[in-house]
Ligand binder design. Structure first.
Ligand code: IPE
Ligand code: IPE
Ligand code: MG
Length: 248
């Protein structure tokens, strides 16, 4: 089936989030070092970002480095940080050509200075772009994000800026790193793993989950389209019955 053509007939999910997993296994299978898997992974990032912009996805969040990934060998962490800088430099043109605005979520202050500077540079250079918002999750952990939000709210209650009875779901959402973004509609994870790994726990409350067997470096525009096609066939009931959804 030509998924790329099919998906344009129905509404495209407004916010897609991807756990890009499997770079290491891809490299291992080819007898290469893990770094080659990460390098090939950045090529997939470019292809999928371009495809998402073409399909008119409004928000694309990519899990690029988790808070837990700091526990990897220092060599791999350093290499990933360098790759982040070179990829940002290289892909600025892609962002400009496709009118993509780059933003980030996570503990950005924990990244090396060089990465923080490059990230800020690309954010500033793309901030007026309106076709798609590309959100990089860097040094991101959902529990950390929620902890930060709870601390901020606790301070506000202490200072009498907020009454605890007024804290509602909306207010909690507004204190997350993702306050400017809608909730996730479709969450994709590659590499066959079926877990969330501390990613966007609050924001995926009602997301549709899609697990691909493909390793991230092998994931194609066609695979991405198939995930969207699969999403479009589902019925999102949000607690209601199917009959209710079809009532006029
Ligand atoms: C995902 O690929 C990239 C990052 C987590 C940075 P992995 O490096 O986790 O690849 P596997 O899971 O070892 O195959
Ligand atoms: C999740 O992948 C983080 C990213 C894709 C950046 P991991 O490969 O780190 O996840 P776990 O540890 O296997 O769950
Ligand atoms: Mg992994």
């Amino acid at each position: 089936m030509d998924y790329q053509k099919e998906i344009l007939k129905k509404p495209i999910p407004g916010h897609i989030a991807i756990i890009m997993d499997g770079n290491g296994r891809w490299a291992k299978r080819k007898g290469l070092f893990r770094v080659s898997g990460h390098e090939k992974g950045t090529k997939t990032v470019k292809k999928i970002v371009e495809a998402a912009a073409e399909f008119k996805v409004k928000y694309l969040t990519l899990f690029a480095f988790s808070s837990e990934n700091w526990n990897r060998p220092k060599r791999e962490v350093d290499m990933l940080m360098n790759l982040l800088v070179t990829t940002l430099k290289k892909e600025l043109k892609t962002f400009k050509d496709n009118k993509i605005k780059l933003t980030s979520i996570g503990n950005i202050g924990s990244l090396p200075d060089k990465a923080q500077k490059e990230l800020q540079y690309v954010k500033d250079a793309t901030k007026e772009n309106e076709n798609m918002c590309l959100i990089l999750a860097l040094s991101y952990g959902s529990r950390y994000e929620l902890t930060c939000a709870f601390r901020q709210l606790a301070d506000k209650v202490k200072n009498n800026d907020v009454a605890s009875k007024d804290i509602d779901e909306q207010m909690i959402s507004e204190h997350l790193f993702t306050s400017d973004h809608p909730d996730v509609d479709l969450l994709i994870r590659t590499s066959g793993e079926q877990r969330i790994s501390n990613f966007l726990l609050w924001q995926i409350a009602y997301a549709e989950l899609y697990f691909s067997q493909k390793l991230w470096p092998d994931f194609t525009k066609q695979d991405f389209s198939e995930a969207i096609y699969n999403y479009q066939k589902r019925e999102r009931r949000f607690g209601k019955t199917s009959e209710q959804l079809h009532e006029k």
